[in-house]
Design a protein around this ligand. Structure first.
Ligand SMILES: *[C@@H]1O[C@H](CO)[C@@H](O)[C@H](O)[C@H]1NC(C)=O
Ligand SMILES: *[C@@H]1O[C@H](CO)[C@@H](O)[C@H](O)[C@H]1NC(C)=O
Ligand SMILES: *[C@@H]1O[C@H](CO)[C@@H](O)[C@H](O)[C@H]1NC(C)=O
Ligand SMILES: *[C@@H]1O[C@H](CO)[C@@H](O)[C@H](O)[C@H]1NC(C)=O
Ligand SMILES: *[C@@H]1O[C@H](CO)[C@@H](O)[C@H](O)[C@H]1NC(C)=O
Ligand SMILES: *[C@@H]1O[C@H](CO)[C@@H](O)[C@H](O)[C@H]1NC(C)=O
Length: 370
């Protein structure tokens, strides 16, 4: 059984406190940093105040390019620098040797420069003191929406793809579908590229209904390098054959032309008008040469795109004598129906029947679908 003499305990205590004080004071302060690909990285490294002599500051790195530790930069008295092992002119001393500030800047950071950088202060007499700095390199995603042009009538097709390419870390990609969120679905796919970046694609899938055409949706991309999330608008594009042809006059009294309004995607590639089964005019606007009985007849507008065609018809009857009523119109309708039956064609009276009466002009528009 031995007792410590009281002076010895306090001496021990004092030494420990001195040691802790020394540890607290003499440290290298480094800051981990994250930098965006292509930009400059500032590696701050500072030694706390000491009376020791600083002989050199040495920077070492272990990067994705070269995982073995390499000394690459030495800073000597007076701020003289020396570089080796590759960074060449991409490293700059921005600190101050006299103030024991060993900060450097690495220019035009590449993904392969990511790693652990060690800053070492060689001190006399206490020896080297160092700290590790983690340098992370992020890459901004390249963002775009690639639209598809599916044809109406399929059960499950890709409507659009939203890409956030070559990002590090991977970007978050999602579709904001609004009212369509119950009728469409999304699939997200990640691909790791050889350089360590990740391409994320979110596919928008669903049944290709014609009514989805021209509906707006949005793709959202979130990434650490972006201050706020990116919003990419996309208008759904579904192709379909002409679904209806509506003929309208440019004026309700003295029309100069009749326009063929076609519901189709894409727009009709051709619109042809026939009168009495012979080609009369090509184009979606039928001009009225002169309101005379020479213009009388049954005009059929055939609008077509690559997926199909649809018909609309116009019956013109110009009276030579004055008349204020056009009670004969019903007669024309029945007449047309008979004509159609005779021609072996079944018209569905899908659209409304328009008729226009002027004091001496009558025309009847039958918007029908074959
Ligand atoms: C990076 O540093 C270089 C040299 O100091 C400078 O010319 C360049 O503008 C800097 N680039 C950025 C993105 O700050
Ligand atoms: C060390 O140098 C860097 C670059 O000049 C500077 O930003 C930093 O504030 C300095 N550190 C201290 C503690 O002065
Ligand atoms: C720095 O990187 C090392 C090795 O990857 C890791 O263990 C450590 O947690 C990182 N430090 C910080 C502060 O991120
Ligand atoms: C669709 O959106 C509504 C309202 O924003 C939400 O309540 C619902 O859960 C969503 N449905 C799906 C399948 O995401
Ligand atoms: C997802 O990506 C893999 C390859 O990375 C590919 O084979 C697969 O077809 C993709 N899935 C879809 C739905 O595109
Ligand atoms: C309408 O035009 C298209 C393309 O020119 C043709 O294939 C189709 O047979 C025409 N339809 C009628 C009823 O003439």
């Amino acid at each position: 059984f031995t007792r410590w003499p009281s002076w010895e305990v306090s001496q021990h205590h004092f030494n420990l406190r001195l040691f802790l004080w020394y540890l607290e004071l003499l440290t290298v302060i480094g800051h981990d940093t994250t930098v965006i690909y292509g930009e400059n990285a500032t590696l701050l490294c500072q030694l706390t105040k000491t009376d020791d002599d600083l002989t050199r500051i040495i920077w070492k790195k272990k990067t994705r390019e070269k995982p073995e530790e390499d000394a690459f930069f030495v800073i000597r008295q007076g701020g003289k620098t020396e570089q080796r092992n590759g960074l060449e002119d991409r490293v700059q001393f921005i600190g101050n040797f006299a103030e024991k500030n060993g900060s450097i800047q690495l220019l035009r950071m590449r993904l392969l420069d990511e790693g652990i950088y060690t800053c070492t202060f060689n001190l006399y007499p206490s020896g080297p003191l160092e700290t590790d700095i983690n340098v992370t390199v992020f890459a901004r995603p390249a963002v775009n929406v690639r639209g598809e042009e599916p044809v109406a009538g399929s059960l499950d097709m890709n409507l659009a793809s939203c890409f956030a390419s070559n990002a590090r870390p991977p970007a978050e990609v999602m579709w904001r579908l609004g009212d369509l969120n119950n009728s469409l679905r999304t699939i997200t796919n990640h691909t790791v590229n050889p350089d360590g970046t990740v391409t994320v694609v979110s596919y928008l899938l669903g049944a290709t209904f014609k009514h989805l055409n021209k509906k707006n949706v949005q793709c959202m991309v979130k990434h650490g390098t972006l201050k706020e999330e990116l919003v990419l608008d996309y208008t759904i594009n579904i192709h379909y054959p002409p679904a209806s042809v509506v003929i309208i006059p440019d004026s309700s009294t003295h029309a100069k032309e009749f326009k063929c309004i076609v519901d189709s995607n894409p727009e009709p590639t051709s619109c042809s008008w026939t009168r009495d089964n012979t080609l009369y005019y090509e184009g979606n606007k039928l001009p009225v040469p002169k309101w005379s009985s020479d213009f009388n007849g049954l005009y059929i507008c055939n609008a077509s795109n690559q997926y199909g065609s649809s018909l609309g018809s116009l019956y013109v009857n110009v009276h030579t004598e004055s008349s204020t009523i056009c009670w004969g119109l019903f007669g024309f309708v029945s007449c047309l129906a008979v004509l159609a039956a005779v021609a072996g064609v079944i018209f569905k009276f899908k659209q409304r029947v328009w008729s226009f009466c002027n004091y001496n002009i009558q025309y009847l528009i039958l918007n029908v679908q074959l």
